[in-house]
Design a protein around this ligand. Structure first.
Ligand code: ADP
Ligand code: MG
Length: 267
């Protein structure tokens, strides 16, 4: 007989920000790939109907195989929706465009916030980490992701309106913690498309750090053309150009996540 605390359960990390184009998918895919290179067993779960994380690891979105949508509604084991990728240690729970329908289907159902959490529970012991990519909204798919996770990573682009978006996201985060998932905590804010020479970047960075002391990752992700090229080849950046600044930055972020998660686990 095993005590619950002894059971091996995956750490579930959600990458969320209701703003589009801030680097959620780039972060989810590349963090997942870097952790996999470190021989952690990873499940990349794509909650965005656009399926950019899905194609980003080389999976054909037109495939009729079991995906996250079918896992919500068809009487299959959640396991059947998990697919191997061509990268060692990295598995995928793919998204297809019919995932849009989930938002409408779930409205009015009891426990609608917890479908993903229930699914991940079925497979949790097969992985060290589950990394969830979210759509650019705070709808039911994102809420499902926030309810399934213990840790939140917020990618943020250092631009003028970034903090306004953060305020909205933090209100949602607090509501989720109060009403639906008290186990969720903020792992960190990752500054993306970072330009150390820009004054605006520096101003926004300082402001974010004073608003969220201790929450901004030491690692920043620079603007790097390799990061934007890699998805069109269906490759994470470390499999596309390991020497690039983008690869080095995401490897560093993976290390910083492991160290932050270690501290969080000890607390
Ligand atoms: P989101 O998922 O938040 O909508 P993406 O990760 O898809 O954002 O990023 C938006 C666009 O910016 C994509 O075309 C992506 O390739 C590009 N991009 C993301 N991060 C970087 C970066 N650090 N350097 C260069 N391009 C980036
Ligand atoms: Mg995205």
């Amino acid at each position: 007989l095993k005590l619950e605390s002894e059971e091996k359960v995956a750490k579930v990390v959600v990458v969320a920000n209701q703003k589009g184009g801030v680097g959620k998918t780039t972060t989810a895919v590349n963090l997942a790939a870097c952790l996999a290179v470190m021989e952690k067993k990873i499940l990349l779960a794509d909650c965005d109907p656009q399926g950019n994380a899905t194609s980003g690891v080389g999976w054909d979105k037109a495939s009729r195989k079991q995906n996250l949508f079918s896992a919500y509604f068809e009487p299959v084991c959640f396991q059947d929706a998990v697919h191997a990728t061509s990268f060692p240690y990295l598995s995928l729970l793919p998204a297809t465009s019919d995932l849009v329908g989930v938002e409408l289907e779930l409205v009015g159902r009891e426990g609608r916030e917890f479908y993903l959490r229930e699914g991940i529970k079925q497979i949790g012991d097969a992985f060290d980490y589950v990394i969830i990519d979210c759509p650019p909204s705070l709808g039911l798919l994102t809420v499902n992701a926030l309810c399934a996770a213990q840790y939140l990573i917020v990618p943020m682009q250092c631009e003028f309106f970034a903090l306004e978006g953060m305020a909205q996201l933090m209100r949602t985060y607090k509501l989720i913690r109060q009403r639906l998932n008290p186990n969720l905590s903020m792992l960190g804010i990752i500054l993306t498309m970072h330009d150390a020479r820009s004054n605006l970047t520096k101003d926004v960075e300082n402001e974010v750090k004073s608003h969220f002391p201790g929450k901004v990752f030491d690692t920043t992700i620079p603007r790097n053309v390799r990061l934007s090229e890699a998805p069109s080849h269906g490759l994470p950046v470390i499999n596309y150009d390991i020497k690039s600044k983008g690869s080095q930055a995401y490897l560093k972020l993976a290390e910083e996540c492991i160290s932050r998660l270690g501290r969080a686990g000890a607390a």
